[in-house]
Design a protein around this ligand. Structure first.
Ligand code: FAD
Length: 340
């Protein structure tokens, strides 16, 4: 049901826009909205029509659902309070969400679009929901052309695909860095109880090990300082890159070569098989600029690169480039930032 697109009029100018109704499924943890929820809501708002947020977990009505209700422009917030959904396990979350899309007290809401962030949560949940609805999942969109036509990168961002879906309900995950403009304050959406199917869980949450960091979250930071194989060792990576990140108040990122060599934690990898970031500033040193790395950072507003090789491909995408030895240049830059 997905095929090459033609250009359509914008959703707001279409008569169909009045019939649109979007459910934005938001991730929460310990009562706080998580990850790129704002991008999902921004995409939902861009479609036009009323936007309803959806949250499930322990005591969400007083916490994350209340936080969502303050977001400007939401029609309402559907909340399902049950410890069973706290970890967002898709096996029991998906059938419960389906019930909230189709039946229960909300039959009068005709959701035409179901949207979630393209995070681990959204990526494991929405394909199941799409399968249960017997529709096509549309993944990782970066732009909306109309209510049925969406843009998504493929082949690690080397090609851009425009897809048109004829499905009655569009089930979409949204790239976390692609949509902006949500006002997080100023709204007063009503919080209503969702339908809890109490579906038996076939999986059990055992434990998790979270990386704790005082630094900003890589995926949402406005500044990222990233290091590559050129750093040579974990000790040098930490000695050279961390003070610059501290001076700039930036998150730390790394290339896959740096991660595979043990210089940086796996969770810090930027790129095709790592995180997608689009900060105001992406400052990298000792990274060559392989296409798989660029796939994760080329949407950054300003890209600054330090590399000793003037022919390094990173300079083709960099707004600011410095050819030199990073072991001299990065500490020098750090001192300049500190004294600025
Ligand atoms: P290199 O390519 O080795 O570059 C090191 C750079 O450091 C060079 O340009 C060199 O000139 C410079 N340098 C060395 N010493 C100094 C110095 N003293 N001062 C200044 N500069 C110096 N990569 C990712 O990053 N993210 C991904 O998500 C990712 N996914 C992949 C998925 C697939 C399927 C495949 C096949 C590959 C993927 N890769 C990914 C790997 C990618 O192809 C590259 O191998 C990797 O990005 C290279 O990392 P690098 O730039 O740190 O290392």
């Amino acid at each position: 049901q997905i095929y090459a697109a033609r250009t359509l009029t914008s959703p707001t100018s279409s008569a169909l826009a009045r019939l649109l109704s979007t459910l934005a499924v938001l991730e929460q943890r310990d009562g706080k909205l998580q990850g790129s929820y704002a991008s999902a809501i921004a995409a939902a708002q861009k479609l036009g029509g009323p936007v309803t947020a959806f949250l499930a977990g322990s005591g969400v009505k007083g916490t994350s659902a209340a936080e969502a209700a303050k977001i400007k422009g939401l029609d309402k917030v559907i909340a399902v309070e049950n410890d069973a959904y706290e970890k967002g396990l898709p096996e029991n979350y998906a059938p419960m969400l389906l019930e909230n899309i189709k039946t229960g007290d909300f039959t009068h809401i005709n959701f035409t679009h179901i949207i979630a962030p393209h995070s681990a949560f959204g990526k494991s949940l929405l394909p199941r929901v799409a399968a249960l609805l017997d529709v096509q999942q549309i993944s990782d969109i970066t732009a909306i052309e109309s209510e049925d036509t969406f843009v998504r990168p493929i082949y690690a961002g080397n090609a851009i695909l425009t897809v048109q879906s004829s499905d009655k309900v569009k089930v979409i995950t949204v790239r976390g860095t692609a949509f902006q403009g949500v006002e997080l304050e100023g709204g007063s959406a009503e919080i209503v109880d969702g339908v809890d199917t109490n579906a038996p869980a076939q999986t059990e949450w055992v434990s998790e090990e979270l990386t704790k960091s005082e630094r900003p979250d890589l995926a949402t930071a406005s500044r990222v300082v990233s290091g590559g194989r050129g750093l040579k060792s974990k000790e040098e990576f930490d000695r050279v890159m961390l003070p610059l990140a501290d001076a700039l108040g930036a998150a730390i990122g790394a290339s896959r070569a740096a991660v595979d060599s043990g210089f940086a934690d796996n969770s810090l990898q930027v790129g095709q098989t790592g995180k997608n970031v689009a900060p105001e500033l992406y400052l990298c040193a000792g990274i060559s600029g392989a296409i798989q790395h660029l796939a994760g950072m080329k949407d950054s507003k300003v890209i600054a690169a330090i590399n000793k090789d003037p022919e390094a491909p990173i300079f083709q995408v960099a707004d600011v480039g410095l050819v030199g030895d990073l072991f001299d240049k990065v500490p020098e830059l750090t001192e300049k930032v500190k004294s600025a």
